[in-house]
Design a protein around this ligand. Structure first.
Ligand code: FAD
Ligand code: NAI
Length: 501
């Protein structure tokens, strides 16, 4: 008779085999579904009842617009997406890319694939919206083809969603645009990588006493918000975990400086987490310059003010991460409408409708300004989901309106009108559900302000880093992204980061 121990062993092995089998089956099925989309319903001018299919133009392919597209029933509208970026970018992992912790291709998903997986056909233009006319309901777009120069086109819309995001702000500080790198898009990450690697190699040709060598090896990050902090942390990890092995001498000379105008970094986090992060930065030897405001930038030096003292800090690579400013197309739209009198972004109401064009334009994400809604992926994502629900109701309202136009029977008209009223009542204001904030702070540690219902939890350290990793894995847009990101982490833990450009 087999012993209990042996029986347990056999059962465990069987359970493990079954789990592997089911897991592999699930992953294969998900990947198959993602790469083999079902047929799509074609776009058409009218529906089967003869009512016109309205045109919905969505500007942007970021967190807000793609969340809308993924949740929208695209058979209800002629959906047109316009974005100069033909992919969705998973920004939370962008700070990991310049040093090679994560490969850039692992965090992007082509707009074409996302659009092709929608139930109804979607038109995509790789173009930039240049001008929006909310009265004539026309968007002027220009293609971003690099070789022929852009082609322009006018798009007429019934409904428009503006989700064009924001651009980095410099607060008009001289020399920033000319000399600094930003960290907002893929080309920014590529530029930073080239600068970092080139500077390290260039410095090796100079003698250790040469002040130019010291300058080249000083990497300065301006802005102690989450972008600046996460990038500084990744840079220091690269120096400590990889360069220390392959170029031990240079790694000792490399210095990361983080400059922040306020008395502390990571303002949106709880005080205890801020202190933890700042202490860790000190231990990691990141030079934290608090209460220090950058006033001027040249090709080799930043001039910063701390109280009354002014200091020149030589730098080799400068990364600028001081927050957001509206894009030109957003400013153009704001300039046309007297209701749009904020310089911080498009003003919307609690249903995300653009003030001044409430019947036809919604605005979501970083291009908007609404008290209590911060420029985060979390907000933009939830706004996109909300808008998909609103547009479904709007379709029903439009269908009832069509019936009203066709119908002359008074009793039927009253019935339809009451249905329209009901549907309008069902469109409730957008309610943001804040789930917390996460940030990577280096040395495989993270901090998290987690909100579950009314309860708040403050987490920090190595376990929180694992939580950070699993949270971001689960948030990745596609299953393919999830696998690629997990493989990148696995690769780095075995082989380290790659130093080639
Ligand atoms: P975006 O995602 O920026 O998308 C804007 C889209 O509009 C882009 O596709 C762009 O190409 C397109 N576009 C631009 N101009 C035009 C035009 N003229 N016409 C048409 N389309 C146009 N938030 C979090 O909540 N958690 C995080 O961990 C986090 N990490 C971040 C890390 C970094 C490095 C950065 C930069 C941001 C991070 N954020 C994070 C913030 C988050 O990325 C933004 O809040 C979010 O991207 C906003 O979504 P959006 O759709 O408004 O804009
Ligand atoms: P931010 O606006 O959050 O922080 C910018 C920082 O730069 C501020 O602390 C500001 O005091 C400082 N600053 C401004 N001018 C300065 C100057 N001249 N000299 C020195 N310091 C100066 O900007 P960030 O980090 O780019 O983030 C933008 C948005 O994206 C935020 O809403 C943020 O919450 C979100 N985000 C969230 C992340 C996360 O949740 N992990 C990661 C990255 C961004």
């Amino acid at each position: 008779k087999p012993s209990l121990l042996r029986k347990t062993g056999v059962y465990t092995l069987q359970a493990a085999l079954a789990a592997t089998f089911i897991g592999t089956g699930y992953v294969s099925y998900k990947l198959y579904r993602e790469s083999n989309p079902a047929p799509q319903k074609p776009q058409a001018e009218t529906f089967s009842n003869g009512s016109p299919r309205k045109t919905l133009v969505i500007l942007g392919s970021g967190w807000g617009s793609i969340s809308l597209l993924k949740n929208l029933d695209t058979t209800l509208y002629n959906v047109v997406i316009v974005s100069p970026r033909n992919y969705f970018l998973f920004t939370p992992l962008l700070p990991s890319t310049p040093v090679g912790t994560i490969e850039l291709k692992s965090i992007v998903e082509p707009v074409r694939s996302i659009a092709r997986r929608a139930p109804g056909e979607v038109t995509y233009y790789e173009a930039e919206a240049q001008d929006i006319d909310p009265v004539k309901k026309i968007v002027q777009i220009k293609s971003v083809s690099k070789d022929e120069g852009g082609l322009t086109k006018e798009l007429k819309y019934d409904y428009l969603v503006v989700g064009v995001g924001a651009q980095p702000t410099t607060f008009g500080i001289p020399g920033v645009y000319e000399n600094a790198s930003f960290l907002k898009e893929i080309p920014d990450a590529q530029e930073i990588r080239v600068k970092v690697m080139n500077n390290i190699e260039k410095a090796t040709t100079l003698s250790p006493e040469d002040p130019e060598r010291m300058r080249l090896l000083n990497f300065v990050v301006v802005g102690g918000g989450p972008t600046g902090v996460e990038f500084a942390a990744e840079l220091q990890d690269y120096i400590d975990q990889d360069l220390a092995k392959w170029m031990p001498e240079i790694s000792k000379e490399l210095k990361v400086t983080l400059v922040e105008a306020l008395p502390n970094i990571l303002n949106m986090f709880d005080k205890s987490l801020i202190e933890y992060a700042q202490d860790l930065f000190k231990k990691e030897k990141i030079d934290l310059k608090l209460n220090t405001m950058v006033k001027n930038v040249t090709g080799t030096t930043i001039t910063a003010k701390t109280g009354d003292a002014t200091e020149d800090i030589p730098y080799g690579v400068l990364v600028w991460a001081t927050g957001n400013a509206p894009r030109d197309v957003t400013k153009g739209l704001m300039g046309k409408m007297e209701q749009q009198n904020s310089r911080r972004g498009l003003l919307i109401n609690d249903k995300l409708e653009l003030l001044g064009a409430e019947d036809s334009v919604w605005a979501i994400g970083d291009c908007t300004f609404y008290p209590g809604l911060f420029p985060t992926a979390q907000v933009a994502h939830q706004e996109g989901e909300y808008l998909a629900r609103v547009l479904k109701k709007q379709y029903k309202i439009d269908q009832h309106n069509w019936t009203l136009v066709q119908n002359s029977n008074a009793a039927e008209t009253a019935k339809v009108q009451s249905r329209i009223e009901k549907l309008n009542d069902q469109i409730q204001p957008f309610k943001y559900n804040h789930q917390g904030a996460l940030a990577y702070i280096g040395s495989e540690k993270a901090i998290a302000d987690v909100a579950i219902g009314e309860s708040k939890y403050r987490l920090k350290g190595s376990w929180t880093f694992l939580f950070w990793k699993s949270a971001y894995l689960s948030m990745c847009l596609s299953f393919r992204n999830r696998i690629l990101v997990a493989l990148d982490w696995w690769k780095v833990s075995f082989f380290g980061r790659d130093s080639s450009v």
